[in-house]
Design a protein around this ligand. Structure first.
Ligand code: AMP
Length: 212
């Protein structure tokens, strides 16, 4: 099963991707995580994307499309995958169609801006394994320490309030039109992102069971 997860930054894509992967034995491909890895490693790619990412802008389509194209060639994608954070623009979706990658369903986690802002402000991410926490909703067992790998939990640079507003603007302008794009392909499923993590997972799983 190959899936796409859509939703504003902070809608819970990463958290839901983890649950879906566990349930269906597929892998999650997060372009955001791959870009952050490139930044951390100081690679050429990292240097190219640094300024976009840190100011809440999208990395240019050709760069992200190349990253995803290479990633999808790997063997671990053969049993199925979730694309978390890709596509984020219509040209990226068109590039994916041209790659002739079969997509079964596109899940949109629908969450209003005010909920997003509150949520992102409390988000913390493990610097080592990228596990996601929230200061109120998903607390680690020990404050500031990752339950999975004991890494330090940090606030993402692009989760600062001024950058969040820019990311939301970019989302509405460039990514939200993808809902219509996939609706026209008959693949879109929308779930309510405001009723808690468990509720959203249940809604997603219900929609996916019919896909198998
Ligand atoms: P995320 O972790 O998915 O919120 O992504 C963090 C940042 O990585 C975004 O704000 C963009 O700068 C960049 N990014 C991730 N995925 C994409 C994409 N598909 N297209 C362009 N930029 C992306």
């Amino acid at each position: 099963m190959n899936l796409i997860l859509l939703g504003a930054p902070g809608a819970g894509k990463g958290t839901q991707a983890k649950e879906i992967c566990k349930k269906f034995g597929i892998i999650s491909i997060s372009t955001g995580d791959m870009i952050r890895d490139a930044l951390r490693s100081g690679s050429d790619l990292g240097l190219k994307v640094k300024s976009y990412m840190e100011t809440g802008k999208l990395v240019p389509d050709d760069i992200v499309v190349d990253i995803v194209k290479e990633r999808l060639k790997k063997d671990d994608c053969k049993n199925g995958f979730i694309l978390d954070g890709f596509p984020r623009t219509i040209p990226q979706a068109e590039a994916l169609d041209i790659m002739a990658v079969k997509i079964d369903k596109v899940i949109d986690i629908d969450t209003p801006d005010d909920v997003i802002v509150a949520r992102i402000s409390g988000r913390r991410v493990c610097e080592k394994c990228a596990a996601i926490y929230h200061m109120e909703n998903i607390k680690p067992k020990v404050e500031g320490i990752c339950d999975v790998c004991s890494g330090t939990l940090l606030k993402r640079k692009d989760d600062e309030p001024s950058t969040i507003m820019e990311r939301l603007k970019v989302y509405h302008e460039q990514s939200e039109p993808l809902k219509d794009y996939y609706k026209k392909q008959g693949k879109l499923v929308s779930v309510d992102g405001t009723k808690g993590i468990k509720n959203a997972t249940e809604e997603i799983l219900k929609a996916l069971v019919n896909t198998l």
